[in-house]
Design a binder for this molecule. Sequence first.
Ligand SMILES: [Zn+2]
Length: 134
Amino acid sequence: MSQKIETILSNFSEIELAFFYNYKLNTYSPSSQKVIKSYILRSGLSQGKIDELIKENEFVKSKDSPDKTCPRCKSNKLLKEDEEVYNGSSVAMLDNDSFRQDIEKIETKVCFVCGFNLTNNKSQGLFNRLFNKI
Ligand SMILES: [Zn+2]
């Protein structure tokens, strides 16, 4: 497990490591966090350097296609997944097929490095409805 994390991190740039550390560290288990912290320390990044990198790079405009890179950290390590939504609610808990005609399928695109959600504006209405239900 810990080796897998290090393999993933070895493909990260310094900037990606900084954003990953800042935004994703807390989403991992304490033992994984230890591995991530020690890897980042060994790569020569201090907390001060991480803060500096984030300040310099966060939401900086880039010439790259906005569809291919994360607007927050500029990484191209994006995860795509389909999410099924029923009337604004996740259908993960529903198993009755009669509901399925009302299901909308939306594609969510999330940055693996910083967790930023890049989902297109066209599904914004759906997300707002989802949000309003909470
Ligand atoms: Zn990102």
